[in-house]
Every structure is written in structure tokens, then in C-alpha cells.
Design a protein around this ligand. Structure first.
Ligand code: PLP
Length: 400
């Protein structure tokens, strides 16, 4: 009898964590490392949010809470959905979790059976297929190449839906490409979904606020209110307010789903941290200046990185509409060799050799389901990004 569960057989350790760990090991050896592999803002949590967390400790708000979150936070989330997304959710249609990741996990664990299929446009956030696998269901990956702006076409969606399809996971702006769907593009997707009433939509809106000029964020239940009754609208404070370590995510969804997710959560973490929940109330209800300030910094960095990478022979870097990632193609470098003779046959070879030769850590496209690309997280200081791009340029120039 095997000790480890069969359900782990198809699950891979997070490649982003693995590369960040390798970069950390090289750093400890004294190497000069630039890690552009992790997906988190490099800013500090705004002071008023941290102060709300401290005040919660001082006020003794340090006990278990209701599994689905404190009423004050759920009310703040309902206000946020109404104010920013035009969505109406009652308090019994909202749940708070330990990060968006736990909310996603709860939703899938609460709904997936063995033969269910989950449609996942690729490139995708690394966790989607693995969580589906852990739930014993089947991820169905839908390739969305750069020529399509990394976006799902309505025809590809229509062709992929079967009687076994339970969910479409939708993520705009996207990790890892930064691609964002306009209202018209999203409507073409929701029009398909309207014709298939058994398919639910899990909209991961985590990067909502990192949206650049020319792109307006929209979410499926807003674009097509008829889908409200089968949409889970997922969001969180990690990326919007530089709160990755506080671990607070949330969702709005029909009560039948929220009730099931509350049951799953009640038997796992019980509730998200009480202290973090009070900090999240301050984030959602307090001053929103951080959002515009960080967006301006990310926009400047996006333009810096896109220009620098497109100036490199062999790379081609689309300009993203949002988030803090770029996803350049290395198609022009496949088959070339490093000065020591190693062939770059894949994006995995590229990122490994780049890290060893230059100290720049990025993540290979295969990890996100679309090769040959790599993901750069540009949530780093401008001068660090300029240095990283110069090192990438030197590395690419050295390939023959
Ligand atoms: C697309 C996407 N969704 C969800 C998450 C989860 O964020 P958290 O669990 O910190 O709320 C992340 C984090 O990297 C992400 O990139």
C-alpha cells in the first residue's frame, strides 16, 4: 500500500516556487541574483492597512471568526462589488478565504466529481490545473497563442464544451501574460456560455486594479447579468493592496455554492486570520491612493521592460493590457547554443541557462502551458529591471 495518496500523482510542485528557491540557493552562494520569478508587488502594505491589523490585535480581535468571514468584511466586500463592478451580492453570497487560492480550492473541491472537466485557457496561472487534478477532475487546456493576443476565441470555447464541462476558469488581466479582455471580447465569450447552461464560470479578477490606459477591466457577471447565477467572481487584496502575506481572498457567488464552500472551509482552516480580515476592511473601505500610485509605477516598468526586451534579437515581447508580467517569445532563439555549447532546445533550457549565466531568474513558458516563452514579473525597482534586461540582452547576444 502506497503511503502518499494517488491524487498527488498528477500534481507538480509549483515551478515558480522551484525557480525562486534555486535563485535563493545561488544567492546564498554569493551570486548576484535578480529574481523576477515571483508574482507579488514589491511595495509595502499601505500604512493605514497595517495600522488596522495592529489595532485589531490591541483590541483583542484575535479569536476564531465565522468560517465565511466577519460580517464587517463581508459588508465591505459587498460595497466593493457594487461600487467597482456593478455587481449585487447579499452577505450570504460572499465568502472570505485564506487568499484567493483557498477560495478557488474550496470552490473546486466543493463542486468537482471524478469525470468533470474544467476548461482552462493557456497560458494559465500554474495552480489552476493542479488544483483541478487534486480534486480528481480533468483539466482541459485550451491553447491561446500570442497571435490571438493570448486570448480564448469564442469558437475554441464552443468546440471544447462537452456534457462533462463543469467550469470555465477565466482570468483577465492574466497571470502570466497580462492579457486583458475588452467588454466586446468578453461578451463574445459570455454569448457562448449563455448557450450552455450547465457550464459555470470562475472569474479570477485578482489583477483587476492593475489595468493600463486603453484597457477597461470588466468581469463576466457584469458584462452578462444572465450569468450572475452561475458565476463565481473571485478577487482578493494580495495584488491590489500589496498584501500577499496577509492571506485574504474573497468571492461572490450563488448561495448554493457559497454554502458548500463554507462547509469545506469550516473543516479545513476554520476561518481566515481575524487580524488580516480587519486589515482587509481597512483596505477595501479606506483611501484607495495606493492603487493609482502602484499602477503608475507598474505602467512605467511595463514600458521599460517591453522596449528593452523587444530590442533583443531573437525575442518578441507583446505589450500587456494589465497585471505585472510580460510573456516574451524565444522562438527566434530555439536551436542556438550557449558559449559552453549547451543547446537552447526549449524555454526550460533558456531560463535554466539564463539563471546560471547571468543570475536573472524568470519562469519558463511550459510551466504556464504555452511554449516557447518565458514570464518576467516586473514588480521590481526600475534600475533592477534595467539591469536584468541588460543581462538578458548580453546572454541572448552570446548565443550562436
Ligand atoms: C491569477 C492569480 N489568481 C489567484 C492568485 C492567488 O492570490 P492569493 O492567494 O494571494 O489571493 C494569484 C497569485 O499569484 C494569481 O496570480
Amino acid at each position: 500500500m502506497a503511503f502518499l495518496a494517488d491524487r498527488l500523482a498528477a500534481v507538480k510542485p509549483s515551478p515558480t516556487v522551484a525557480i525562486t528557491a534555486r535563485a535563493g540557493a545561488l544567492k546564498r552562494e554569493g551570486r548576484d541574483i535578480i529574481a523576477l520569478s515571483a508574482g507579488e508587488p514589491d511595495f509595502d502594505t499601505p500604512a493605514h492597512i497595517g495600522a488596522a491589523g495592529k489595532a485589531a490585535i490591541d483590541a483583542g480581535k484575535t479569536r476564531y471568526t465565522a468560517p465565511d468571514g466577519i460580517v464587517e468584511l463581508k459588508e465591505a466586500i459587498a460595497r466593493k462589488f457594487a461600487r467597482e463592478n456593478g455587481l449585487t451580492y447579499g452577505l450570504d453570497q460572499i465568502i472570505v478565504g485564506t487568499g484567493g487560492k483557498q477560495v478557488l480550492f474550496n470552490a473546486l473541491l466543493a463542486t468537482l466529481n471524478a469525470d468533470d472537466e474544467v476548461l482552462i485557457p493557456a497560458p494559465y496561472w500554474v495552480s489552476y490545473p493542479d488544483i483541478v487534478e487534486m480534486c480528481g477532475a480533468r483539466p482541459v487546456v485550451l491553447p491561446c497563442p500570442a497571435e490571438q493576443g493570448f486570448k480564448l476565441s469564442p469558437a475554441a470555447l464552443e468546440a471544447a464544451i462537452t456534457p462533462a464541462t463543469k467550469w470555465l476558469i477565466f482570468n483577465s488581466p492574466s497571470n502570466p501574460t497580462g492579457a486583458g479582455y475588452s467588454a466586446d471580447e468578453l461578451r463574445a465569450i459570455t454569448d457562448v456560455l449563455l448557450r450552455h447552461p450547465h457550464v459555470w464560470i470562475l472569474s479570477d479578477d485578482m489583477y483587476e486594479h492593475i489595468a493600463y490606459p486603453g484597457f477597461t477591466f470588466v468581469t463576466p457577471a457584469q458584462v452578462e447579468p444572465q450569468l450572475h447565477g452561475r458565476t463565481l467572481t473571485l478577487n482578493g487584496v494580495s495584488k491590489a493592496y500589496a498584501m500577499t502575506g496577509w492571506r485574504i481572498g474573497y468571492a461572490g457567488a450563488p448561495k448554493v455554492l457559497i454554502d458548500a464552500m463554507r462547509m469545506v472551509q469550516g473543516q479545513s482552516t476554520t476561518n481566515p486570520s481575524s487580524i488580516s480580515q480587519w486589515a482587509a476592511v481597512a483596505a477595501l473601505d479606506g483611501p484607495q491612493d495606493y492603487i493609482a500610485e502602484s499602477r503608475a509605477a507598474f505602467l512605467r516598468r511595463r514600458d521599460l521592460v517591453v522596449a528593452a526586451l523587444n530590442a533583443i534579437d531573437g525575442l518578441s515581447c507583446p505589450t500587456p493590457e494589465g497585471a505585472f508580467y510580460v510573456y516574451p517569445s524565444i522562438a527566434g532563439l530555439i536551436g542556438r547554443r550557449t558559449p559552453s555549447g549547451v543547446e537552447i532546445a526549449s524555454d526550460a533550457d533558456f531560463v535554466r541557462e539564463l539563471l546560471e549565466a547571468t543570475g536573472v531568474a524568470v519562469v519558463h513558458g511550459a510551466a504556464f502551458g504555452l511554449s516557447p516563452h518565458f514570464r518576467v514579473s516586473y514588480a521590481a525597482a526600475d534600475e533592477v529591471l534595467a539591469d536584468a534586461c541588460a543581462r538578458i540582452a548580453r546572454f541572448c547576444k552570446g548565443l550562436t
